[in-house]
Design a protein around this ligand. Sequence first.
Ligand SMILES: Nc1ncnc2c1ncn2[C@@H]1O[C@H](COP(=O)(O)OP(=O)(O)OP(=O)(O)O)[C@@H](O)[C@H]1O
Ligand SMILES: [Mg+2]
Length: 420
Amino acid sequence: MTRVLNVWWGGEHVGQLTQDRHGELGFTYSEAWLDRPDAPPLSVSLPKRREPFSRRECRPFFSGLLPEESQREAVAQVLGVSRANDFALLDRLGGDVAGALQLLPPDEKLRDESGPFTPRALDDERLAQILTALPARPLLAGEEGLRLSLAGAQAKLPVVLVDGAIALPAPGQPTTHILKPPIARFPATTENEAFIMGLARAVGLEVAPVEARSVQNRPFLLVQRYDRVVDGGSVRRIHQEDFCQALGVPPETKYAAEGGPGFRECFGLLRRVAARPAVDVLKLLDAAIFNLIVGNADAHGKNFSLLYDVPGPRLAPLYDLLSTIAYPELSAKLAMKIGRRATLEELDARAWAAFAADAGLGLPLVRRRMRDLASRVEQQARSTAEQLVSPGLDRDALERLVDAVKRRALVAAASVKTSA
Ligand SMILES: Nc1ncnc2c1ncn2[C@@H]1O[C@H](COP(=O)(O)OP(=O)(O)OP(=O)(O)O)[C@@H](O)[C@H]1O
Ligand SMILES: [Mg+2]
């Protein structure tokens, strides 16, 4: 028997995700969606056509909506399904995902995006319990009324706010924020991500707004979703997909070293699909330089996205920025190399020339952006950290991060100097 999940976008039926009796995944656009000239494809990797898409063709997009690595393992365990069974996971989690889609079983009625909804408020005790529970129970999977999914290897929970307080969404309600608990294995990840995201904003990059909060003395990060628009009292979902989904790369090979996109492919994607490629190419250039300066080695193809808002596809605000080099246990090698070089220390004029060629940009422009961003990081690092300091947060960790990014800014600026 073939099993079916209906794919919905803003109240319209886009098509069906299927799993046949051999367990194979497939996707077919609905006639109505194909017939509407203004109806966009779900993904750059799934252009509108009558013929069904095979597992190989549609899996990067659909599997790419699900949690990854140990979070996928844990969620599969909680739900009692196989971690390799994308369909079963989407069946249980696909009610609210990254972007505009909702994936629902045929017997489930689509709820009007505009509500009314009755979210469940969380008191401090329950919120603290959830922070503890999330790593073993990603996305609170299995909790009555919740069907939420987001990619990524770290614990998280999509939520809504009621008068500023965190609440669990009602069934069908679009979530507006993402709660990220600290990563137990690494110290001060909340401080780290809040600081690096704040610093990116302070130097002029477009980033998702974040807030470091704490409950019962435990810090956590609250990220505002850029794929949701608050329209009066109601919330609309805006479509997005990450670069791996757009390029047809499955989540297991998101790193460039294993087949995922590198800078050449990422810049190429923006040039092909962005409504204003010249603007977005410069934004990606700034992101690459900033990540290098702050020591974010984990900027792989699922940490950049396309946002499909008006007037057309564009690079989504940046997210998941943290200084990974603060943790010696993590690889210091950049997820995407800069001209065949994977660490700041190895970078030289030749590497920058190769990177500029990959990006399709002039080397003088790349060098100018580097010098400019390095000096802004130096100027803004301390004040950004000072604005964050609050009773629940680790002040010493912030101090160390400020020193580290300022040191790296000097080295990075020196790396674009032409040798005599
Ligand atoms: N502010 C945001 N608005 C909308 N979607 C977001 C936002 N931040 C993250 N996402 C989506 O959620 C996914 C997971 O978030 P994030 O990258 O922060 O998690 P992570 O588990 O830390 O990732 P990784 O495995 O790369 O460490 C992203 O790939 C993106 O699709
Ligand atoms: Mg991520």
